[in-house]
Ligand binder design. Structure first.
Ligand code: ZN
Length: 447
């Protein structure tokens, strides 16, 4: 079994005591076998990684994205969410297996380059005749090498039923539930060290019927998988819920079975005090996507209040049609800056956002016992950040350097013990070739 010893680095373990020290991390096969201060014990035949001037953190967990949007970036750049959606839906209705595969590769490549080791992707656009889109992104994730939690999304409320999406991209409810169950049976792996776990994820209240929300929750619980959807992203949505159902978005979701520690919502910007208490009490999670929320002017989620109430708050890139950089590490900095801009200097600490990117994300995906911290026995998902750069050298606290300065280069990114990024270069997919290919797909799709 291969052994990798990272020596001489500053290690932020995120273990229960939140220990940090100058020390080492040892990986054997796909597991962490030692973490400690000072030098590592000798291991015969080990590969030694020089970690001097580097920070080692657990790999980041991306709790919300839409990979397919990589090939529709930079459109409707000054629109509101609803205006942006109605511009993009007709383009998205043309996606195919090929475009989803290329977009997923690009999204995953950029995630790996920005410290992500586990990604969830919410895919909800399934045009008729578009091919096996879930298989396309699962193939891409295996090739790039990230741990993957694809969320089988769905929409059954098209324009003819008062929803936003064109009727050509909505599916029939029975069809959706059958396809979702088949996907779980085909791919979901709940064994230790799993690289692939499915999630049930109808898109949002204004594109999905209440019946589909309720039956999706029943299916997920019957199958023992998690539930995810968009909720409370804009004030338009809150008004729509009030007019249509005479309740708040969370009251609507809760009534359909959508609270609990197996549920997480993307965005959750406009939850009020009562809703935040309910989310905390039920340990329902939130995927906070600050860059996308700012790009669409949707607002700033109450991350500190949510965490104080007991709700895990992970970070998410969201679809790259509303966050063109697709960088997970930028979400840490934006989460911190926006929380403080909203609620003052004590709103969120540097270390709290690191917890959100690691521990909270792992909890939301139900993987806390395997990922999210650097501890012996956990899976070897970690990032070695090189802080020997003009932008970082001299900042005394390495965690502050990571969160507050520009994204540092990666000396090494391990997923399941396997090097995916080394010396800031992706090892698994050729980046220049992929860049050319994504541009060609975008041109074809938006022509
Ligand atoms: Zn989203």
């Amino acid at each position: 079994m291969s052994v990798i010893v990272i020596e001489g680095a500053y290690v932020a373990t995120l273990d229960p005591a939140r220990r940090e020290f100058a020390g080492h991390v040892v990986v054997e096969g796909n597991r962490i076998v030692a973490v400690g201060s000072g030098s590592a014990p000798a291991y015969d035949g080990a590969r030694i990684v020089d970690g001097r001037g580097c920070l080692v953190t657990p790999g980041f967990v991306n709790t919300h994205q839409h990979f397919y949007q990589w090939v529709t970036r930079g459109l409707a750049v000054d629109a509101t969410l609803f205006g942006w959606l109605t511009t993009l839906y007709p383009i998205w209705s043309r996606i195919t297996e090929e475009s989803v595969y290329v977009a997923a590769q690009a999204s995953l490549a950029q995630l790996a380059r920005t410290g992500c080791t586990t990604a969830s992707d919410h895919h909800y656009v399934f045009p008729r005749g578009g091919g096996d889109l879930l298989a396309a992104e699962i193939t891409a994730a295996a090739e790039v090498g990230l741990r993957f939690h694809p969320a089988r999304g769905s929409m059954d409320r098209g324009q003819k039923d008062g929803g936003l999406p064109p009727d050509s991209v909505v599916e029939d409810r029975d069809e959706i539930l059958a396809a979702t169950e088949a996907a779980i049976d085909r791919w979901h792996d709940s064994t230790p060290g799993s690289m692939l776990q499915l999630v049930v994820a109808p898109c949002s209240p204004f594109s999905v019927s209440g019946e589909l929300m309720r039956e999706s929750a029943e299916l997920a619980r019957f199958k023992g998988v998690r539930l995810h959807t968009h909720l409370a992203e804009t004030t338009d949505e809150s008004e729509w819920c009030r007019e249509t159902y005479d309740c708040t978005p969370l009251e609507y979701a809760a009534d359909l079975g959508w609270t609990g520690d197996d549920v997480w919502f993307a965005h959750g910007i406009h939850f009020d005090d009562e809703e935040i208490k309910q989310l905390g009490r039920t340990r329902t999670g939130v995927a906070h996507c600050p860059s996308s929320n700012a790009r669409l002017g949707a607002g700033i989620a109450r991350t500190a209040d949510l965490r104080a109430a007991g709700a895990p708050v992970g970070l998410g890139v969201d679809g790259t049609a509303s966050n063109e950089s697709g960088s997970l590490i930028e979400e840490l900095r934006h989460a911190l800056l926006f929380a403080r801009a909203r609620n003052g200097p004590q709103a969120l600490t540097v270390r709290a956002v690191l917890e959100m990117a690691t521990l909270d994300g792992a909890e939301i995906l139900g993987r806390s016992n395997e990922i999210g911290s650097l501890e012996p026995g956990k899976l070897a998902d970690l990032a070695v950040w090189n802080l020997n750069t003009l932008a970082h050298a001299g900042i005394p606290d390495p965690v502050a350097a990571l969160v507050l300065s520009t994204p540092p280069p990666l000396t090494l990114l391990l997923v399941n013990g396997r090097p995916i990024v080394e010396n800031d270069t992706l090892l698994t997919v050729d980046e220049p070739t992929l860049a050319t290919r994504t541009a060609a797909v975008q041109r074809h799709l938006t022509a």
